[in-house]
Design a protein around this ligand. Structure first.
Ligand SMILES: Cc1cc2nc3c(=O)[nH]c(=O)nc-3n(C[C@H](O)[C@H](O)[C@H](O)COP(=O)(O)OP(=O)(O)OC[C@H]3O[C@@H](n4cnc5c(N)ncnc54)[C@H](O)[C@@H]3O)c2cc1C
Length: 433
């Protein structure tokens, strides 16, 4: 089957609009983010969000009946590549994580009432949400170990558990919480998803966890990661999202397209760092010439260009496969780009930072922030090792162990077979000797 990542000229015009808009309207705002804080950023962003809506590009990941564009993954990927160049651009386009993934969950699994109460205001930008799955006490890499429990209580449920790294948890109006509803069920049918209002009694946001990306202690900022205790949180029956026991199924549906968007956004970051690397190579003079004429720096440029191109094509291929054959068919391709894309992002940013020396290490350039951001990519949405293992498992399904324990390519055995197969020729050749 041939692959086709092309898009129609009309969409290319939209991408061009996005490139200019992001560079001219959003990049400048980045430098004021610290002073503005979350509320200021929200205010400054409103006129920008209006322009995005006028272009018909708001919340484009959703189906048209929900105000999205039903673009499919290839187009969304190309769009995310542009938005990824700025940490605040996705917010201006109504597709910032985790709201984007949460809106997909609500669109997919929500009842009409849940959509009215949560999804529509979320899409309008009137509500914020968080996805609350990872726990400090259990391995996030193996979510079948989750310990947060939701037990039936009369007509509703009571949730008890301890979560952390719930991104935007401290500014969220509601949280989508993954909790075990049947500990005796098969591992992937034990958990369910619930919508929990952030102001429900018993929801205790303990703190925002300071991280490598945001090392200063702060609370209630956009992009922070909250530690939350759920203590006897009573929620009604209709807080259940989707079917009981369908938590993992829904999570997978959310995470697969999300990974394509992550990878394309990382390429946007990598490209911005790469542009800085190339610019630096042309003017920084050392040891008799500019950096771009030293072979090591040339290698950095060539390797980065090749790796970004490889990651881009791998990601677009995964997106195309998902569009053409569905989520399940693209599982291997998506796992592949998750760890490969994270490495490319890291390596390109690292080279760009190195080429800038002390300036690259300083906060006068965005490279050190990109570097800290890049490190997280190897962990969230499943660490590298889990995705590598998944790729290897899927690849190995296409192979069989030799029944006799002898490698298929074992030359002595192959020679014996070949001697029988070509016996006549061999005899003729030997007779001529
Ligand atoms: C920036 C950021 C944002 C996040 N946002 C959210 C969010 O919004 N909501 C949410 O619920 N969670 C979120 N997380 C949490 C994230 O999903 C988890 O950190 C991740 O799944 C890993 O789980 P863990 O931290 O418990 O690490 P562990 O599961 O304890 O794993 C630690 C390490 O063990 C190794 N390891 C694990 N399994 C294997 C294996 N099978 N083979 C080999 N090595 C292995 C890996 O090196 C791994 O890094 C976020 C994390 C980060 C960093």
């Amino acid at each position: 089957m041939s692959w086709d990542f092309s898009t129609e000229p009309e969409f290319e015009r939209k991408l061009e609009w996005m490139r200019t808009f992001v560079r001219e309207q959003i990049w400048p705002l980045e430098t004021l983010w610290g002073e503005l804080g979350w509320e200021g950023l929200r205010q400054a962003g409103r006129p920008l969000q209006d322009q995005v809506k006028e272009q018909g590009l708001w919340a484009a990941h959703l189906d048209p009946e929900l105000g999205g564009q039903g673009f499919g993954q290839v187009k969304l990927g190309l769009m995310h590549e542009i938005l990824g160049s700025s940490p605040i651009a996705p917010l201006m386009f109504g597709n910032a994580a985790p709201d984007s993934g949460n809106s997909e969950i609500l669109a997919m699994a929500g009842t009409p009432e849940q959509k009215d109460r949560y999804l529509h205001p979320l899409l309008a930008g009137d509500l914020k949400s968080a996805f609350s799955m990872t726990e400090p006490e259990t391995a996030g890499s193996d979510p079948t170990l989750l310990s947060t429990r939701a037990t039936r209580d009369g007509d509703g449920w009571v949730v008890n558990g301890h979560k952390w790294f719930s991104t935007n948890g401290s500014i969220a109006d509601f949280l989508i919480v993954m909790a075990v509803t049947d500990p005796d069920a098969r591992p992937h049918q034990r958990a369910s998803m619930f919508i929990v209002d952030a102001d429900a009694p018993g929801v205790k946001v303990v703190r925002d966890v300071a991280t490598m990306e945001h090392p200063d202690e702060s609370f209630g900022n956009y992009g922070n990661h909250a530690e939350i205790r759920y203590e006897d949180v009573r929620i009604p029956k209709d807080a259940l999202l989707g079917a009981e026991g369908a938590g993992f199924l829904i999570a997978q549906q959310r995470l697969y397209p999300g990974r394509i968007h992550h990878c394309m956004r990382w390429l946007g970051v990598a490209r911005r760092a790469f542009d800085m690397l190339c610019e630096r190579s042309l003017y920084r003079y050392s040891h008799g010439t500019t950096l771009g004429k030293h072979q090591t720096v040339q290698n950095w440029i060539a390797d980065s260009e090749a790796e970004m191109q490889a990651a881009r094509l791998l990601t677009l291929h995964a997106a195309w496969k998902m569009d053409a054959e569905g989520v399940a068919a693209a599982r291997k391709e998506i796992a592949l780009i998750k760890f490969y894309g994270a490495k490319v992002l890291h390596d390109v940013v690292d080279r760009a930072l190195q080429a800038h020396g002390g300036l690259g290490y300083s906060t006068d350039l965005p490279l050190e922030a990109m570097y800290r951001f890049a490190r997280g990519a190897r962990i969230y949405d499943g660490p590298d090792e889990v995705h590598r293992a998944s790729v290897a498992r899927q690849v190995l399904r296409g192979y069989e162990a030799p029944a006799d324990g002898v490698p298929t390519e074992y030359i002595p055995a192959r020679r014996e077979v070949a001697q029988r197969q070509f016996a006549e020729v061999l005899e003729a050749v030997t007779a001529n000797d």
